[in-house]
Structures are given as structure tokens and as C-alpha cells.
Design a protein around this ligand. Structure first.
Ligand code: GLU
Ligand code: ZN
Length: 498
């Protein structure tokens, strides 16, 4: 059932390039919001000036727009809870930290890193829980004054409740965390800078987020956030604890977690290779979710119609590049021809095109495009498939040449040239008959006979349907290329004899 009160958030930190895990999180939030007719909030968690960058921020916006994942509130869109960049909300966090301190829900901790390390080691050696031991929980005014007099800096630590915390994860069901496993934790650094542990739940509360959907790596922060939320409710800042759903890990090669540093996980890579946004979204939605038992290719509209967080699987998902490509190929086939030709455009111009721009021939392109559309897995493959039409000469690919120009190739090409010259160029079928007949004359099946023709004309052993390609290239240029190949073979033979 649709629930228009749903408010989800996508709240990345602008560090590095957008990666697959991040996009999967954005997608699941977006699909859940759109499925419910709810609200998608986009917030930028840029409180770490040392790591955050403006470039990364721009890339995030650009990537979401390319994918078509729109947001109702957030950067550039605005909204009732603006600003949506945490770097512009510092005053809010300082005030809340003060209120938590005043209410005794947080306290100043004066322990130095060395002291904390030493106590952690000792606890570990004694087999006790090694998290923060609560030493500064109940300092007297005198003790506090003494520390201050020593010139010690204090962080602000949140006081966790002494009871276990239980919640029902939307993906993993009921989970309980005991106090030993969730010690008091820092929310503001000694220099006054608020930490993720504070700003993230505070903003979720202020922005009235109802569902927190995010990666499993953040599961351990959930009991802390629930406790902080409870404190915010008691202070009158928050209304209700949101529901949490933790999306499964994505595994890469060798069953290791896909890391954002893996080249396979870079969103830009997929974009540059010519994945369609809808192809990539389709594939990413299958990382932890499934559309139905017998269908894994679907449109974004179908995804939105069906998506529910309750159907997300807790088991790790495996990133399968081959499957991603196959799904993308299906989406390429689903485009109408005009959309397909338009989508290929970037790869038919600089810096990808390997021909003089003025040689591009739109009529030839439009004639060949339908044959390409059923064969590409990624759009960037288009360049190599059609360059024979736009180059003065075919590319020189030594491996293809060596493979196709075996002994007997010259004889075959001579006959093929003769038959092609006499053929009816109005019909690809007639061109096929010509090459077939040439093959027969030399005891070769069609496959073997067409290989040298293809390499002579396109430079490559693989490509689009040959006879349609020849027809679009035209008789004159086809025959001239066969002549050029024959001349090349003659030079090779002469060099060998010498
Ligand atoms: N800024 C956090 C991150 O990128 C958000 C985590 C969350 O969704 O709570 O990891
Ligand atoms: Zn302390």
C-alpha cells in the first residue's frame, strides 16, 4: 500500500567518485519514495572539510541527474528544511550538543587518546569489553575543574542507556544490541567539530525522515542513533524514531566486498562505457532485490511500481559484470531507433571518433544504426563497429589481418571482387550470393570466404552483418578496399620471396 508520508534520505559524503554501492543506496531510497508517493530528501554530509570536495559534490549531483534519480528536497531544489548541506548547518549541531549536555544525556570526556588506548588494552587482556569504560560519566564539578586546569581538551560523549536496544530492521528482522557492545560514544570533537554520529541522526530528526535505508556497513551505528533519537524526542527535537533497513553488502571479484576503490565500482566507468541509465538502474536494483522469479529486465517505471523494502534480501549480493552488460544490451534493444541513434552520438564525435569529423555521413549512419542496435552491449562499442564507413581507409589491425589473410586469401579476394563488381548492389542478398559463389569456386564455406572480405573492407574480423555493411559503404569504396588489400597481400608475398 502506498504511504505518501514516507520521507527517505540519501545523504552521501562528497568524497571521491560516486560508486556502485552509493548508487544502489540512492536507487533503493528513490524507488521506495516514488513507489509510495513519498518524499526523497537529498542531503550532503560535508562536515569533514579535510576529505570533502566541491568537485565530488558536483559529481554527485551530476550522477543522480544522469541516472534520473530526482529529489524533492535538497541542494538546488531547496525545501522546508534547508539548508541541505551540513556544512551550512553547524549552528544547529552546536545548539543540540549544548542541550544534550545540559540535560545530562551527554557529558564531557577528558580522557586522552593514550589513556583510552592503555585502558582498552588492559580490558582486552583481562577479557572485558574493550569499548569506552564510562570513566567520565559522572565526574564531580571538582574533577572537571581539575582537568580543565590541567589544560585537557574534552570531547562530548553521548551517554548510552544501560538497557539493551531492540529494533526491527526492515530487511533483517528483529535485532538486539546489549550495552556492553554499544559503549558511550563521541559526538563532538575536542575542537568543537560535530561528528557524523551526531549530525546524521540530528538531521534525520529535523528533516522528519521516516525510513533510513542504507548499507549494512552502518548497522552498528543504528543502536547509537536510536538512543540519540530517544534523547532528541525527550528534548522535543524529534517526533518519532524512524524505521531502519540495512541493504546487503555487494560482493565483487573473489567474493570480497566490492570496495569503492575497485575500478569495477566506479559509476563514471559505466557511464563512459555507454551503459544506459535505465540499464544500469535495472541491474543495480537486482543487488539485493528481485523483480520477479522469471523476469530480470524491466523499466524504471516497472521498478517503481513494484519496489518494496520488505522484499530486499539480507544475503550479500554478487556484482556480476556480465549480467550487467546483458541487461544493458536488452535496454539498448528496447530503445526506438531515434533514441538509439541519439544515445550513440557522444561516441561518434571527439574524442572517441577515429575519423576526420567532416567524413561523418549521417545517411550511412542512419542506415547502419538498426543493425548495430541489436548487437551492442554498451554504447561505446559503436565507434569500432561503424568506423569503416567514415574513415578514408579501414583501421589497420594486425591481428585481424593475420587471422583472415591466410594462404589462398588473395585468390579468394580476386574472385570475390569479380563477382561483387557484377552483382546487383540494391540487395544485400545478391552481395551474399556473390561472396558465396566466390567461396565455392575455391572450396570455401561462406564463413571462411567472407573473413578476408570483411577484413579488407572493415579492417576487423568481427563486426556488423557484412553484406548490409558492404551495401551501405557502396560498390565503389568496397571494391577499392578489396584492391588495396590485394595490393597489400602482393607486397607481403614479394617481401617473402625476396
Ligand atoms: N554520510 C554517510 C555515508 O556516506 C551516510 C550514512 C547514512 O546513510 O546514515 O556513509
Ligand atoms: Zn573520559
Amino acid at each position: 500500500m502506498a504511504n505518501p508520508n514516507v520521507r527517505v534520505r540519501f545523504c552521501p559524503s562528497p568524497t571521491g567518485n560516486p560508486h556502485v554501492g552509493l548508487v544502489r543506496t540512492a536507487l533503493f531510497n528513490w524507488a521506495f519514495a516514488r513507489h509510495n508517493g513519498g518524499t526523497m530528501v537529498f542531503r550532503i554530509e560535508d562536515t569533514d572539510a579535510a576529505r570533502d570536495s566541491e568537485e565530488s559534490y558536483r559529481q554527485l549531483l551530476d550522477s543522480l541527474r544522469w541516472l534520473g534519480l530526482d529529489w524533492d528536497e535538497g541542494p538546488e531544489a531547496g525545501g522546508p528544511h534547508a539548508p541541505y548541506r551540513q556544512s551550512e548547518r553547524m549552528g544547529i549541531y552546536a545548539e543540540i550538543a549544548d542541550r544534550l549536555l545540559a540535560a545530562g544525556r551527554a557529558y564531557r570526556c577528558y580522557c586522552t587518546t593514550e589513556e583510552l588506548d592503555a585502558r582498552r588494552e588492559a580490558a582486552r587482556a583481562a577479557g572485558r569489553p574493550s569499548g569506552y569504560d564510562g570513566q567520565c560519566r559522572d565526574l564531580t564539578d571538582g574533577q572537571r575543574a581539575a582537568y580543565e586546569a590541567e589544560g585537557r581538551a574534552a570531547i562530548v560523549r553521548f551517554r548510552m542507556p544501560d538497557e539493551p536496544i531492540t529494533f526491527t530492521d526492515l530487511v533483517r528482522g528483529e535485532l538486539t544490541f546489549t550495552p556492553e557492545n554499544v559503549p558511550d560514544y563521541g559526538i563532538v570533537r575536542a575542537n568543537g567539530a560535530p561528528l557524523y554520529t551526531l549530525v546524521n541522526p540530528v538531521d534525520d530528526a529535523l528533516m522528519e525522515i521516516t525510513h533510513v535505508l542504507r548499507g549494512e556497513d552502518l548497522l552498528s551505528s543504528t543502536p547509537r542513533q536510536i538512543a540519540l533519537y530517544q534523547a532528541l524526542i525527550d528534548l522535543g527535537v524529534a517526533k518519532e524514531i524512524p524505521a531502519f533497513g540495512h541493504l546487503p553488502y555487494v560482493m565483487g571479484e573473489g567474493n570480497k566486498k566490492l570496495s569503492k576503490r575497485d575500478p569495477q565500482s566506479s559509476l563514471n566507468l559505466y557511464r563512459e562505457r555507454g551503459f544506459l541509465p535505465e540499464g544500469l538502474l535495472n541491474y543495480l536494483s537486482l543487488l539485493g532485490w528481485s523483480f520477479s522469479a522469471d523476469q530480470d529486465v524491466f523499466s524504471v517505471a516497472e521498478l517503481v511500481e513494484r519496489f518494496d523494502i520488505a522484499d530486499v534480501n539480507a544475503n550479500p549480493a554478487r556484482f556480476d559484470l556480465k549480467k550487467a552488460e546483458a541487461i544493458n544490451a536488452d535496454h539498448i534493444r528496447r530503445l526506438d531507433v531515434a533514441a538509439f541513434t541519439a544515445a550513440c552520438e557522444p561516441w561518434l564525435t571527439a574524442p572517441f571518433a577515429n575519423w576526420e569529423p567532416e567524413r561523418f555521413d549521417r545517411t550511412a549512419w542512419e542506415a547502419i544504426a538498426p543493425y548495430a542496435q541489436t548487437r551492442l552491449t554498451v554504447l561505446s562499442d559503436i565507434t569500432a563497429n561503424v568506423d569503416f564507413l567514415f574513415r578514408a581507409e579501414p583501421v589497420e589491425d594486425e591481428a585481424s589481418w593475420a587471422k583472415a589473410m591466410k594462404p589462398g586469401a588473395a585468390e579468394l579476394l580476386v574472385t570475390a571482387r569479380e563477382k561483387l563488381a557484377a552483382a546487383d548492389w540494391e540487395s544485400p542478398e545478391a552481395l551474399k550470393e556473390a561472396v558465396l559463389a566466390a567461396g565455392e569456386a575455391h572450396g570455401l564455406k561462406l564463413g571462411k570466404a567472407q573473413a578476408p572480405v570483411r577484413v579488407a573492407v572493415t579492417g576487423r574480423t568481427v563486426g556488423l552483418p557484412l553484406f548490409e555493411s558492404l551495401q551501405i559503404l557502396g560498390a565503389e569504396r568496397t571494391l577499392a578496399r578489396i584492391d588495396a588489400a590485394l595490393a597489400g597481400l602482393a607486397r607481403e608475398a614479394a617481401a617473402q620471396d625476396a
